[in-house]
Design a protein around this ligand. Structure first.
Ligand code: PRP
Ligand code: ADE
Length: 264
């Protein structure tokens, strides 16, 4: 075990979460993720997303509903893929830092996973095994930590890598998607011309908390006619189950079956 992970906190389960979303209808000017009807880890999770008609302007994304989170949680818990022996090593390599970036948050630090070449490779391999035969031409990585996992996956499956960036970082013409965070809003941008209508995309990030970030990425890609095959993350925060909004502490996580990191 890496010394940096040597604490006694529990972390959210490392699942290599994969989700598939479907846009169903349009309503108002917001995009809402709700009511997934099937979801198994490493199986598509289908969810209804209602959103604004494509105007070419900034759209906005609101948080997934509580019932959607409940469904995601229970389906992931039933996943046979959680038993993959590599998952434990990946989980153990992720450090948890309490009270970062602010009091009450248990920060899932994937930089320690990057210090462990076997665990890092196992992580990439798990994604590649799942996506190599899915005819995916675009891997879209979400800033910043999706930029770490996305490119090696893209190279291995023979796809291009497209960065989904924070505002005002990309130099060319962009399209934007505004989305809700637990507190406040943020915006995501993608270069116009990076993808073409009809392409098949995989969206990669390190972690799903509320799901708002992934929804914004899906919306951006779908607005330009790209088919989002799945979204995949390394970590799912346990507190999705509780409706988000509150950081989990070690003991609460343990009660929910959270993993123990370190020996303390
Ligand atoms: O599911 P959500 O509630 O939307 O949250 C998940 C997002 O939050 C984190 O990124 P963050 O916004 O902290 O940006 P960073 O990676 O640039 O630090 C994480 O890397 C995901 O992108
Ligand atoms: N608890 C957490 N750890 C790391 N990244 C996060 N993004 C949102 N919540 C997070």
């Amino acid at each position: 075990m890496n010394a940096l992970t040597g604490n006694s906190l529990k972390i959210s389960r490392v699942n290599i979460v994969s989700k598939k979303f479907q846009r169903h209808s349009h309503s108002g000017n917001s995009v809402t993720l709700k009511s997934p009807n099937t979801s198994v880890n490493f199986q598509p999770i289908r969810a209804a997303i209602t959103g604004a008609a494509d105007s070419g302007e900034t759209h906005s994304t609101v948080l997934p509903t509580e019932s959607a989170r409940d469904q995601l949680r229970s389906d992931m818990a039933a996943s046979p893929d959680v038993k993959d022996g590599r998952i434990a090593g990946i989980s153990a390599a992720i450090r948890v830092i309490p009270d970062f970036p602010k009091p009450g948050i248990l920060f899932q630090d994937i930089t320690t996973l990057l210090l462990d070449p076997k665990a890092f490779k196992d992580t990439i391999d798990l994604f590649v095994e799942r996506y190599k035969d899915k005819n995916i031409s675009v891997v879209a990585g979400i800033e910043a930590r999706g930029f770490i996992f996305g490119p090696p996956i893209a190279l291995a499956i023979g796809a291009k890598f497209v960065p989904m960036r924070k505002p005002n970082k990309l130099p060319g013409e962009v399209i934007s998607e505004e989305y809700s965070l637990e507190y406040g809003t943020d915006k995501m941008e993608m270069h116009v011309g990076a993808v073409q209508a009809g392409e098949r995309a995989l969206v990669i990030d390190d972690l799903i908390a509320t799901g708002g970030t992934l929804c914004a990425a899906i919306s951006l890609l779908e607005r330009v006619g790209v088919h989002v095959v799945e979204c995949a993350c390394v970590i799912e925060l346990e507190y999705l189950k509780d409706g988000g909004g509150a950081a989990i502490r070690g003991e609460e996580s343990a009660a929910e079956g959270g993993r123990r990191v370190g020996t303390g």
